[in-house]
Design a protein around this ligand. Structure first.
Ligand code: HEM
Length: 258
């Protein structure tokens, strides 16, 4: 029984993590390779590289554009993302030994973050379901991601307050998976539900809108310098177009031959 659980639990965690890492990298490489045809920074935009780096950093760390656009969504989104980060940091206690100081330091606040995450998700769900304009652009995938993460939070809090799991066994399992020792996970139904929901989330991550976490770095309106008057911007697609001077009769090839 415990061997079967070990195979199932480790297989689930490791294969899901594998799909996540390979999928995430593949999408990032794909975006990196796509040429950016236009110079389109949203002005006023920085002219220097440090300026652009700090602009992208303010987007990543304080959601600057969102703050300017929609204060209520900013609060909901910001609380969600910060809580999620704290929860992941708190969970590092299962995967790292000895625990780094920062992981120890966030243990208490990490539990509050669990509540904050579920509440902020409830607002994000409410907004999508109730505000007419938002509902119009909302798809099943949007509801699914919110409900899935909510369910992960609720099952986690359930284990913490209602049906406790022996966390030493969880650590044994998690560290065993990382070091390929394949220890058996606890046979605790809510823990298994938590684990299956987490596996679903990380498997779908690279193929979903959750990839905005990596895509933000490729946003040309944010990561370009406002320097087209100092330095000519050449469209990288130009090379693939024929040189017009080759067509001395003035005829340019039909568009479908380009
Ligand atoms: C996306 C990833 C995950 C999220 C968002 C998440 C979320 C949560 C939340 C909100 C809690 C309640 C607060 C707490 O006690 O920390 C929790 C508890 C818990 N989570 Fe997760 N979790 C994730 C991944 C995992 C994984 C991979 C494992 C196992 C290896 C795990 C095992 C547990 C356990 C055992 C508890 C109960 C802790 C206790 O009783 O003190 N979680 N989780």
């Amino acid at each position: 029984m415990s061997t079967a659980l070990a195979i199932l639990g480790n297989g689930l965690l490791l294969s899901a993590f594998g799909v996540f890492v390979i999928g995430f990298i593949a999408r990032m490489v794909g975006w990196y390779r796509i040429p950016v045809p236009l110079k389109i920074p949203t002005t006023p935009a920085p002219k220097t590289l440090p300026g652009v780096l700090s602009r992208v950093a303010t987007e990543v760390f304080v959601f600057r554009s969102l703050f300017k656009a929609d204060k209520a969504l900013w609060v909901g989104g910001y609380v969600f993302h910060v809580s999620f980060a704290l929860i992941i940091l708190r969970h590092m206690r299962y995967f790292i030994d000895p625990m780094p100081r920062v992981v120890l330091a966030v243990q208490t606040i990490g539990v509050y973050a669990g509540f904050a995450m579920v509440l902020s998700l409830a607002y994000l769900l409410y907004r999508r379901a109730v505000f007419e304009r938002v509902r119009y652009v909302t798809t099943f995938a949007d509801y699914f991601a919110i409900l899935l993460i909510m369910a992960i939070g609720i099952t986690g809090l359930w284990m913490r307050y209602i049906d406790r799991v022996f966390v030493i066994d969880v650590k044994n399992f998690a560290m065993g998976a990382l070091t390929l020792q394949m220890n058996s996970p606890p046979a605790h139904p809510v823990f298994w539900l938590h684990l299956c929901l987490v596996a679903t989330l990380i498997v779908m991550f690279p193929f979903s809108k959750l990839m905005h976490s990596g895509g933000i770095f490729f946003s040309p309106t944010r990561n370009q310098r406002d320097n087209p008057r100092d330095r000519r911007y050449i469209n990288p697609w130009n090379d693939t177009f024929p040189d017009p001077t080759e067509y001395t009769d003035g005829e340019y090839p039909p568009i479908d031959e380009l």
